[in-house]
Design a protein. Structure first.
Length: 262
């Protein structure tokens, strides 16, 4: 049996005029997939988000054009329709295109929107999944996503809607009552409203909460707090985006399982 690593070129051909929507993972280059590596090494153009580190971009084909298409709250950013239109235009020029997105492109990453735009334009595409920060980030923080003694279910939620407000199609009261573990993405801006909604829905104020900023990166920060103190503690310790808010009894296992600080 051979112990050699696969040649990334053998993992699939990115053809001219095609677009691959690739997840880069939560930040640590070690969590980037071999298929993602194959994609950026074949690409003529890599259209990337703000959360993609230079160490990953350095793996791209040396002749590839790197196009920044990042979004940042409160900062002038490319509109989604313009990003999708550019992907279509590049593919129509016969380019091999990679759309490189942090985490997984289909977990609050608008990969589905971009794929629909490509489909409407007749551009062939494929998805290359990545490690979501909601999984990888928790693992680096020493928090099991599920654990038999705490929770057999988990809910991923976005705290930021397409309008920039708290999503109005999320039943916060229902989630507070029914889901034993919550992982909330992009919640810092509306944290006060979100936590008040969870408390109003019956979430105990002493339930463990972890705030994970810059998950998996060298500058990762983790705040251990409770439902009732989250807003105050986030402000006091100056936590900002990008950050995950994790609510549930599984957070309490972090004290034993925090492997990065062992």
């Amino acid at each position: 049996m051979s112990n050699s690593l696969p040649n990334v070129a053998s993992l699939g051909e990115l053809k001219p005029g095609h677009v691959w929507l690739v997840g880069a993972g939560p930040g640590d280059p070690g969590l980037f997939t071999l298929l993602g590596l194959s994609a950026i090494q074949q690409a003529d153009v890599v259209v990337h988000d703000a959360l993609i580190g230079q160490d990953i971009l350095d793996w791209a084909n040396g002749d590839a054009e790197l196009v920044f298409a990042g979004k940042r709250g409160g900062v002038s950013s490319p509109k989604q329709v313009d990003i999708s239109s550019r992907l279509v235009a590049l593919a129509k020029q016969g380019k091999r295109v990679v759309r490189l997105k942090g985490g997984d492109p289909l977990v609050f990453g608008r990969g589905g929107e971009e794929a629909l735009a490509l489909l409407d334009a007749g551009v062939p595409f494929r998805f290359v999944p990545g490690v979501s920060s909601g999984i990888g980030g928790l693992a680096y923080a020493g928090i099991p996503l599920t654990h038999r003694s705490t929770n057999s279910a988990v809910t991923f939620i976005t705290g930021h809607s397409v309008t920039g407000d708290v999503p109005d199609n999320v039943d916060w009261t229902g989630l507070a009552k029914s889901s034993p573990a919550l992982v909330i993405f992009m919640a810092i801006k509306h944290l006060d409203r979100i936590m008040q909604s969870l408390i109003a829905g019956g979430r105990p104020i002493d339930e463990p909460v972890a705030v994970v900023q810059n998950a998996t990166l060298p500058n990762m920060r983790i705040l251990d707090t409770t439902v009732g103190r989250t807003v105050e503690d986030v402000s006091a310790h100056k936590f900002g985006s990008p950050a995950l808010i994790v609510v549930g009894a599984n957070v309490g296992l972090r004290e034993q399982l925090n492997w990065l600080e062992v």
